[in-house]
Design a protein. Structure first.
Lengths: 715, 226
């Protein structure tokens, strides 16, 4: 374990500190043991004198007595032995020489004491006891010094005064070795003990260095953390705070540690703060709260305070740890962002209002033209050329209306407000055939071959028939637009897997290069994509088509082998089961053959009002026109109507208000006929009691169908 | 990491010969020298004193006819002359106790304690006399004014003499071989050999102990004071 710890230390570069701690510890032991021996020396000196005074106080010559030599030996020799080591412990505490002199002195003291006690065997234990005490130094070299003294003492006595130590006149030289051997015997175990102690000290030093380093790291993390950190005692006072927290609240560390968190908390947040603290003690392990602090200068700052309760090993609470992050700027940014968002929404609403108004203003003049052109085109008995001219007028007005619709649709797409009117299973083949009829004349005019290869057996999808038709129409118009004269366009349907309908519109037109291929579904991109002179249209069709297909849960993609190699647009949709045949027949639009209605038509645009009135009367309805709200109310009070067909923007009021009043006063139901086609506009008319919302321009057939539905809905 | 003998630690005390430390070092060297010499001299003096034997008077070859002590005729008789207050003689009495234990009744012993005529009873009332009295087969007698000591030629406490059944002197000397140190010794082993009929190593040994009598002016002081 010690080895692993040491390797870890080396890898972390803490050995210097470990070595320093080890040396400090060893020095401390040396000095403490020096002091121990200083006192022991003094004690032994006094003890030697006491022993001499007890055992041999006086020597005798007949009846005369003198102070025994042992007394003087105890005083002077004992003093000489003791004083110098004691002085060394003062002059050179902890020095190696000091402890070696002490070792020598201690052994000499043993010699003296043994002599003073008449060589008593018991006194020899002083030698062995002294060795043990010397091992307190944990320096095995000291034992060697002591042992050398013991050996020399025995060796020299053996030579000069053998009987004083061995009890025989001529001692064998081996006797001194034998005596020293017993000392060495003890030394061996004391040396082992010393070495083990040194290893343990080294281990402790390494561990301490590691702990110090770890503590220093954690303290540094605490002190230099970029967020405020605090240790709060159970007495609710700050025990420790870091620099970040001090900077945050403007107090010094001393000021903060003499306060409680409540003292620097905004008064409105104090109760919440205390409740969370109580929860930490009883329920949860961590709390996080946004709260306000009051800085020393009075400024209020917002902060996120995360707190947890630290417990000791027995689970007893010790203190709280709090991390405080200043979010004042974030709060300010959030407020600014909210304001900017509101401003943007206001601007967006203004833009929507503008678009709605623009749409209304653009559509309104088209309505009488479209209605008249459509009606005249259907008029029997007119010359073919005139019919063709009326048809041309109708198509161009419809194109104009479609461009306006695209602009509105794009706005809806960008706001995720494009809504689908699911009308049950939609026959894709029928819609494609219908679209082909619409664009057939355009293709023919460019001498294009437009072929339908509708081979899919499953060709019904769930969706909004009008929107799906819009997609098909866009794809076909797009293909016609970018295919040169004499080219070929093929529409195919297939079911590669059951439940999946794949529709492809391929042409051999100008194609799309690889760089621009990913952007074909972006709005306003058509000119850039084709790299040609801008064609007619706004470049919104594909973008809107993609949004519509995705709203139906399908996908649409464009492929091209390159410029001049044509393009393939592929649409994938999930199929559904068709309605039974009878139901399909029932849902087919049919020409209005219903009963005539008494209609109140309110429209401030005089040409539209005139055309609408005339056409409805031609259809057999009893129509009363009004151009203002007041006129309409007056007529309603004097006549009975089945329905009201009303514009929304009227000179003296809103068609919404008119509808609500007519509905309340006369139970009248109505059809909104307006240039406002935004989703909000539809919602408003529905709330006002309108049964349907028609967006200008319209033709009479649309109006008939709506009247038919309105009749059913009104009962 | 090893440091020089007076170096504590390179970080704690970088030892350098600064003026104050140099002075301390010088004093240390002087004191160390004085310490070595002083201790050597002291111990040598002590050991020299302790190894210096006491004097021996005119020892008779036969049991002194003038002696008032009754000599035993059925076994060898051992006589030890003792100064009752001599601390060094504790070792001699201790050795006598061991000797008598080993003799197992083969010898009788007298221990004569010096007693000045004018002294009181407290003179002889010592641990030494009590120790001797506790030894089996040992008779304790007072030797008033050292008369008997002079008859036996004993001038040093602890002087021991052994006489055979006919009163002939077999051994004379001490039964310690170092002042005040009780240990196996030549005198004791010689007495044991003589009693057991073996040839002794020595028939005379040195005696270590206090002087029983004042022989001269110089003799008033112990040897180490002369």
């Amino acid at each position: 374990m010690a080895k692993i710890a040491e390797q870890s230390l080396q890898s972390n570069g803490w050995t210097d500190r470990a070595d320093e701690l080890f040396q400090q510890h060893r020095q401390e032991i040396y000095r403490n043991t020096d002091q121990l021996f200083a006192r022991l020396m003094l004690f032994q000196w006094v003890a030697a004198i006491m022993i001499a005074m007890t055992i041999s106080p006086r020597t005798w010559v007949g009846q005369s007595s003198y102070i025994h030599i042992h007394i003087w030996a105890a005083i002077f020799v004992g003093g000489a032995i003791s004083i110098f080591p004691i002085w060394m412990t003062r002059a050179w505490p902890g020095a190696a020489l000091t402890r070696h002199i002490i070792a020598v002195a201690q052994m000499l003291m043993s010699v003296l004491l043994i002599d003073l006690t008449g060589g008593r065997i018991e006194t020899h234990f002083h030698v062995f006891g002294s060795l043990v005490i010397l091992s307190f130094y944990r320096d095995w070299r000291v034992l060697i010094s002591a042992t050398i003294v013991v050996y020399l003492d025995h060796f020299l006595r053996g030579i000069y005064w053998p009987y004083s130590v061995y009890g025989v006149l001529s001692a064998s030289p081996w006797r001194s070795i034998e005596h020293a051997g017993w000392v060495i015997f003890e030394d061996i175990f004391l040396v082992i003990s010393c070495l083990r102690s040194i290893r343990e000290m080294r281990f402790v030093a390494n561990r301490t260095a590691a702990l110090e380093s770890s503590e220093q790291n954690f303290r540094q993390i605490f002190e230099e953390a970029p967020i405020g950190m605090a240790v709060v005692g159970l007495d609710s006072r700050y025990a420790q705070v870091n620099a970040s927290l001090c900077n945050m609240v403007g107090y010094s560390e001393e000021e903060l540690t003499s306060r409680t968190p409540s003292e620097i908390t905004h008064r409105d947040d104090i109760d919440k703060d205390k409740q969370l603290t109580q929860r930490l003690l009883s329920e949860t392990t961590r709390t996080c709260v946004e709260k306000r602090y009051v800085r020393k200068d009075g400024e209020i700052i917002w902060a996120t305070r995360t707190a947890c309760l630290m417990r000791d090993e027995s689970g007893k609470p010790r203190h709280y740890l709090a991390m405080v992050e200043d979010i004042t700027q974030r709060k300010k940014d959030a407020v600014a962002l909210e304001e900017a968002k509101n401003e943007a929404e206001r601007a967006n609403r203004a833009k929507d209002d503008f678009l709605a108004a623009l749409s209304h203003e653009l559509r309104t003049p088209l309505t009488p033209v479209l209605m008249s052109a459509a009606a005249l085109e259907q008029e029997p008995g007119i010359e073919p050329e005139l019919r063709r001219q009326f048809g041309m007028m109708r198509r161009n007005v419809e194109l104009e209306a479609r461009l306006i619709d695209d602009l509105l649709d794009l706005t809806r797409v960008s706001h995720d407000k494009l809504q689908l009117l699911f009308s049950g299973p939609v026959d894709v083949h029928s819609l494609l055939a219908h679209s082909e009829q619409i664009v057939h004349s355009d293709a023919r005019n460019k001498s294009l071959v437009l072929r339908l290869e509708l081979t899919a057996n499953e060709h019904h999808v769930a969706g909004d028939a009008a929107r799906i038709n819009q997609v098909f129409w866009n794809l076909l118009k797009n293909a016609i637009k970018f295919t040169p004269a004499g080219g070929q366009i093929t529409v195919r349907t297939a079911n590669p897997t059951p439940g999946q309908l794949v529709l492809t519109v391929s042409d051999n037109g100008i194609g799309i290069d690889q760089q621009t291929l990913p952007f074909v579904f972006r709005a306003f991109e058509q000119g850039d994509i084709r790299g040609l002179q801008p064609c007619s249209g706004l470049g919104l069709g594909l973008s809107i088509s993609k949004a519509i297909v995705e709203l139906h849960g399908g996908t649409i993609r464009a492929e091209s082998a390159g410029p001049g190699l044509g393009a393939v647009f592929t649409e994938e949709l999930s199929t559904v089961l068709p309605f039974p045949e009878a139901q399909i027949q029932a849902s087919q639009p049919r020409r209005f053959r219903g009963k005539s209605h008494r209609l109140l038509v309110v429209e401030d645009h005089e040409p539209t009002l005139a055309v609408l009135t005339r056409l409805l009367r031609d259809q057999g309805h009893d129509v009363m026109p009004a151009s203002t709200v007041q006129d309409a109310l007056a007529l309603a009070s004097d006549h009975t109507f089945d329905f009201v067909i009303s514009d929304l923007g009227l000179p003296d009021g809103s068609g919404i208000d008119l509808m609500m009043q007519l509905s309340n006063d006369y139970g009248l139901r109505g059809i909104a006929l307006t240039g406002y086609g935004m989703a909000e506009d539809l919602a408003k008319t529905e709330r006002a009691g309108f049964l349907a919302h028609l967006v200008k321009p319209i033709n009479v057939d649309q109006l008939h169908r709506v009247l038919e539905r309105a009749q059913v809905a009104a009962g | 990491m090893e440091y020089s003998v007076l170096q504590v630690s390179p970080r704690l005390r970088s030892f350098s010969l600064q003026p104050r430390r140099t002075k301390t070092l010088f004093v240390t060297a002087l004191l160390g020298l004085a310490w070595t010499v002083g201790i050597a001299f002291g111990l040598r003096t002590l050991l020299a004193y302790e190894s210096t034997p006491g004097t021996i008077g005119a020892v008779p070859r036969q049991w002194p006819s003038t002696s008032q002590i009754e000599r035993l005729t059925n076994r060898p008789t051992l006589v030890m002359l003792v100064h009752p207050r001599c601390p060094c003689t504790r070792a001699s009495v201790a050795e006598l106790a061991q000797l008598m234990a080993r003799m197992q009744g083969k010898v009788d012993a007298y221990v004569l304690f010096l007693k000045p005529r004018q002294s009181g009873i407290e003179w002889e009332d010592t641990d030494l006399r009590r120790s001797a009295a506790a030894i089996p087969s040992v008779r304790i007698l007072s030797d008033v004014d050292g008369v008997e000591a002079r008859r036996f030629g004993a001038e040093t406490s602890g002087h021991t003499l052994l006489f055979d059944l006919d009163g002939r002197l077999l051994f004379s000397g001490g039964i310690t071989e170092f002042r005040g140190h009780a240990a196996d010794n030549t005198g004791e082993r010689s007495i044991e050999s003589l009693v057991n009929g073996r040839t002794p190593a020595r028939t005379a040994t040195s005696v270590f102990g206090c002087a029983l009598v004042k022989r001269s002016q110089e003799g008033d002081k112990p040897g180490w004071l002369k």
